[in-house]
Design a protein around this ligand. Structure first.
Ligand code: S3P
Length: 178
């Protein structure tokens, strides 16, 4: 089967849903940020601090191009991977693309519960709240997250329900037997 890539803003559930889906389908789960951390031997915020966002985006692009070529995996790139048009293109060419969405308020709640430092949220003017920063980025990125085969709002749904919807969609719409 073609791999499934989960795109979506930070805090939309890519990792949680991706791991659960991988377990259910008995397929490997690949977290692209984890690949970069392993490769660079430093956390994502340190890569941003040391090399800058542009270098991070280039490393992300190279890792993504490599990862999409592997079949049968559940792939979860970072929320900004969709920013490059060529990244969206390689994902569409090689994988089923599922977009996860959530309201800005739910995203804020989830990222606040997570210990991961997200430089694109921290890098804001002192007077700007984190919620305002999330809304600003969501506005800028909105179109990139609709470039998908299936779009699911994770705001008020359990992981189990999301997995059922994805499996139903794979069976019915794509004709894959799972
Ligand atoms: C980013 C999202 C992060 C990570 C990096 C940049 C973004 O991944 O790749 O901090 O620009 O949206 P998650 O979406 O897994 O938090």
């Amino acid at each position: 089967m073609k791999s499934i890539v989960l795109i979506g803003f930070m805090g939309t559930g890519k990792t949680t849903v991706g791991k659960a889906l991988a377990e259910r389908l008995q397929r490997p789960f690949v977290d692209l940020d984890a690949v970069l951390v392993q490769q660079q031997q430093m956390e994502i915020d340190k890569i941003f601090a040391q090399f800058g966002e542009e270098t991070f985006r280039q490393l992300e692009h190279e890792a993504l191009c490599h990862a999409v070529k592997q079949e049968n995996t559940i792939l979860s790139p970072g929320g900004g991977a969709v920013l490059r048009k060529e990244n969206r293109a390689v994902m569409r060419q090689n994988c089923y693309v599922i977009a996860l969405t959530a309201s800005a308020e739910v995203i804020l709640e989830r990222v606040n519960q997570d210990v991961t430092i997200r430089p694109v949220l921290e890098n804001r003017a002192p007077e700007q709240t984190k919620l305002a920063r999330i809304k600003e980025l969501l506005d800028v990125r909105a179109a990139c997250y609709t470039d998908a085969d299936l779009i699911l709002d994770t705001s008020n749904q359990t992981v189990e329900s999301l997995i059922e919807q994805i499996l139903f969609w794979l069976n019915q719409q794509v004709g894959e037997r799972i």
